[in-house]
Write a protein that binds this ligand. Sequence first.
Ligand SMILES: Cc1ncc(COP(=O)(O)O)c(C=O)c1O
Length: 413
Amino acid sequence: MASLSFDQLVASSSNPDFSSTKCRLGSYPSYRGFHSHSLQARSSQRPLRRTFFINQQAAFCARADVAAVTLPNEIKSSLEIDWDNLGFGYHETDFIYVSKCGPDGEWNKGELEPFGPLKLSPSAGILNYGQGIFEGLKAYKTEDDRVLLFRPEENAMRMIVGADRLCMPTLPVNLFVQAVKQTVLANKRWIPPPGKGSLYIRPILMGSGAVLGLAPAPEYTFVIFVAPVGNYFKEGLAPIHLKVENTYHRAAPGGTGGVKTVGNYASVLKTQLNAKKHGFSDVLYLDAVENKYLEEVSSCNIFLVEGNKLATPQLKGTILPGITRKSVIELAKSRGYEVEERPVSVDELRSADEVFCTGTAVVISPVGSIVLEGDRLEYANKGVGKVSQELYAALTSIQMGKAADTMGWTKEI
Ligand SMILES: Cc1ncc(COP(=O)(O)O)c(C=O)c1O
């Protein structure tokens, strides 16, 4: 059976299976040996257990639908926000996007709804068995008042991989991207002014139908909400401080570390809170088999810099295939750096010139120090290293529309 890598999957977004209105659930009878960054291609001989179809009408024109929605009066006047002091906090905005898929396998025509609580059965799959995945991406407002999304198709593809891993119906790439656009445009007034931050977009796919025995839910809900954000770490581009975690692990081979399932995040809270209590920004996880190789931080990937070489742990199912990670690899290569995706031993932290983290929320976050086995290792004189600074400037210039997007990564909406 052929196997599609995550990158191939993204490249194949014009493949009718992923861009048309048709999607499937549970087409893979066994997950044994399945790595979350790869998706087994379907054999035409193999019967599908269940097939989901998406309503053709769901691929609507974002602008037309947004124009049709009016803001309730009480939220028209509520925009009081200190754009200069945005952290990564929660703000209610105007609209959410909601679409549902029932046992008949049809996604209904998604709609914008006023921001508010969702109604869920206490027996919902997400609440009882954690059947849920989410995504995170950003929209930026440019100096000339355009709105840019950064690589939304990549998030759509990653959600397809995650949905498959958790036996949920997938959303075609075009539907996902249209829904994101529509939600951003409906909440346009919440996008921070250029240079002040971005609109963080959080698509969620969850088992919302009621189940009692362990089984996939009979109904699924796709929701998108947005919130204006500034820096994720309070340090901003200033260096963060990490601790290597030797006791707890984030993911194990064969598990779900490589997909953005909700359960991956509750399980890191304990170590993260403990680290923060001791003055660290976050923890750096090691592999669960040998406790020897770097994995990632709670919500970002990691890179080591030595001379002209960048090294980052390879994707093998236990770490998230970050879209910022992928972009930094492509950007660094285009700027003449050598980039290696391979097992990175924890001991390599001792000889690195610079270390930085990557993620949608953090963008590129330089690491000032890491505590490893009682030793405090310091990087770039606890400042912002040259390579981190260069890549941060190059990436954010593209994301914010300040530089020509030679990589073709941004999508104007
Ligand atoms: C565990 C984990 N690793 C890495 C990342 C970075 O991924 P991305 O660059 O796509 O935001 C995230 C954020 O989504 C994450 O939650």
